[in-house]
Design a protein around this ligand. Sequence first.
Ligand SMILES: [Zn+2]
Length: 91
Amino acid sequence: MSVIKRFVAGAVCPRCAKMDTIRVYRNEIREYRECVKCDYKDGQNLDGSPEPVSELATRVNSEKPVNASGAKIDQVISQPINFDPNSFKDS
Ligand SMILES: [Zn+2]
């Protein structure tokens, strides 16, 4: 099955601010927007339902820094993992 990608006339990329670089394509459940000039990519469900939380907040990922545009910044931080099986007993 081929995916048809259509350019959106007059659309401005929210990341690089270039015009006519946004193209959209969709599958059965989601519509995607992407910029051909930068790595911007966005998607939304066709039925308008809110975005699912991509990742449950845990102690590990909740401290991941977020830059001004809201994009996650991947940082490689080595840290010890303290696994205490007893901590799950009373929950
Ligand atoms: Zn862009």
